[in-house]
Every structure is written in structure tokens, then in C-alpha cells.
Design a protein around this ligand. Structure first.
Ligand code: Z5A
Length: 222
């Protein structure tokens, strides 16, 4: 049985996405947020991209680890990320929002706009049209951009013991474009996207994430 704080009025759930370049600390902040919300008796729906569904997790493997993905065209890459998102949207996010739930996504459509549009250089209008189609035109209510400089992000990512995947092997130039792309997007949509300095320590970043969410999502006890 969900607590009252878990739900808003039917059909009016709240959709939060976390974005940023590699090593910005999204996974760390997702875990801290989940713990904070649990203490408030709120059980959010947590999803990640690519992935989050059985089909999406297969697509994730293709995009990141399968040797069949080596040498994939930028166009195929765009459509695979979009296919994973379309499944997640229709199978989970839209139904859970319709039930009034708080949905939190580790990456969403802004990743495609920035990685495939800006960094890969695919046509921005085509990327926007495919994003709109995959998401039924539903954007997050709030997006938190964890902004970190390239050297710090790469150093953090390298400190994990897993092998770098296909995307993580991209050049510094690629990741500079990713960061700049996110900053441009935040400047273009300030009412949706809040930028937080993710170079600070995890607890300070967490406090800012909670502050930002509390201002917009009214299920949290102040
Ligand atoms: N991608 C795309 O191209 N197009 C799309 O449409 C979508 C995605 C949806 C998914 O990778 C890749 O797909 C991603 C974008 C692309 N490629 N890249 N690069 P993923 O899901 O495997 O990984 P990620 O999303 O890039 O996140 P990450 O690399 O796993 O990092 P993170 O979640 O941001 O960071 P973390 O795991 O929380 O932290 C990394 C380390 O830093 C760890 O040791 C932490 O303890 C430490 N950390 C975290 N925060 C801090 C602070 N504040 N200070 C110090 N140390 C910290």
C-alpha cells in the first residue's frame, strides 16, 4: 500500500530526470535520493537509460558492450537509444505517471539531444523529431543537470574497476562537446533544467538536489 506522499492526483505524477556527462555522479545521487525519499515514506519509480525494461536492457547491451555494436553508424545508434526509450516510456513511465507516481530517470531525452545531436553531429531537427516520437512528446517536469568538468568526470569514471564501454572510449573532444551541449540546453530551457555544480562533495550535491526537487515536487515534507 502506497503512502499518501507517494501519490499526487490521478494522472498527475511527477517526472524527474538526472543528466550529465560521465562521472558526474548520477548513480550516486540516485541512490542518495532514493534513501532520502524512503525516509519520507515515498517510493519513487527509478529507471535508467538506456534500459529499464527487458527489451531496453538488451538494447543497452548492444549499445555498450556487444561486439556487434562496434562500428555502428551514428544514425543506428540514435534509433537504438530511441527504441529503448519508447519501450520504457510506454511500458513504465507513462502508466506510472498516470497512477500519480514520482518517476526518476537516470538519463532521458536530453542525453540523445546532446550525445547524438551535438557530439555526434546528427541533424538537430531530426533528433528532436525522433525524441518527440519516442516519448509521446512528454518531457520531464524537472531535469537536474549535474555539471562537472571533463578531467574530474573522467578521473571519477576511471576510478571504477569496470572496463570502459563503447561510449566511454570516446575522445576528450567528444566529451567537451557533450558538456557544452548540456550547458546550451540548460540555457535554452531554464524553467525545466536546473544546473548543479557536481564538482562539489556528494553530500553538498545531494542537499542541492533535495532543495531543487522540494521546490517543484510537493510530495516532500519540508
Ligand atoms: N547515452 C547516449 O549517448 N544517448 C542517450 O540517449 C542515452 C545515453 C540515454 C550510458 O552510460 C551511456 O549512454 C552514456 C551516455 C550514453 N555514455 N557515456 N559516457 P551508463 O549508464 O553506463 O553511465 P553514465 O550514465 O555515463 O554514468 P556513469 O559513468 O556510470 O557515472 P555516474 O552515474 O554519473 O557517476 P557515479 O557512478 O555516481 O560516480 C562515479 C564515481 O565517482 C564513483 O566512484 C563515485 O563514488 C564517485 N563520485 C560520485 N559523486 C562524487 C562526488 N560528488 N565527488 C567525488 N566523487 C564522486
Amino acid at each position: 500500500m502506497m503512502s499518501e506522499a507517494n501519490t499526487q492526483a490521478a494522472g498527475s505524477g511527477f517526472f524527474l530526470s538526472l543528466e550529465g556527462s560521465e562521472g558526474c555522479g548520477k548513480s550516486t545521487q540516485m541512490a542518495m535520493l532514493q534513501k532520502f525519499l524512503a525516509a519520507q515514506n515515498i517510493e519513487p519509480v527509478m529507471v535508467r537509460e538506456p534500459g529499464g525494461t527487458a527489451l531496453g536492457e538488451k538494447i543497452r547491451h548492444l549499445l555498450q558492450h556487444d561486439t556487434a555494436g562496434e562500428g555502428m553508424s551514428a544514425e543506428a545508434e540514435l534509433l537504438l537509444f530511441a527504441a529503448s526509450r519508447a519501450q520504457l516510456m510506454h511500458e513504465k513511465i507513462l502508466p506510472e505517471l498516470a497512477n500519480g507516481r514520482l518517476v526518476i530517470a537516470d538519463r532521458f531525452l536530453d542525453s540523445t539531444t546532446v550525445y547524438q545531436g551535438v557530439a555526434r553531429g546528427l541533424d538537430a531537427d531530426s533528433v528532436a523529431a525522433i525524441n518527440g516520437f519516442a516519448t509521446a512528446q512528454r518531457k520531464p517536469d524537472l531535469t537536474i543537470l549535474l555539471d562537472v568538468d571533463l578531467a574530474t568526470g573522467r578521473q571519477r569514471a576511471a576510478s571504477r574497476d569496470d572496463e570502459p564501454d563503447r561510449m566511454e572510449r570516446e575522445s576528450d573532444d567528444f566529451f567537451e562537446k557533450v558538456r557544452a551541449g548540456y550547458q546550451q540546453l540548460a540555457a535554452a530551457e531554464p524553467e525545466r533544467i536546473t544546473v548543479i555544480d557536481a564538482g562539489l562533495d556528494p553530500d553538498t550535491v545531494h542537499a542541492q538536489v533535495i532543495h531543487t526537487l522540494t521546490e517543484r515536487f510537493h510530495g516532500i515534507h519540508r
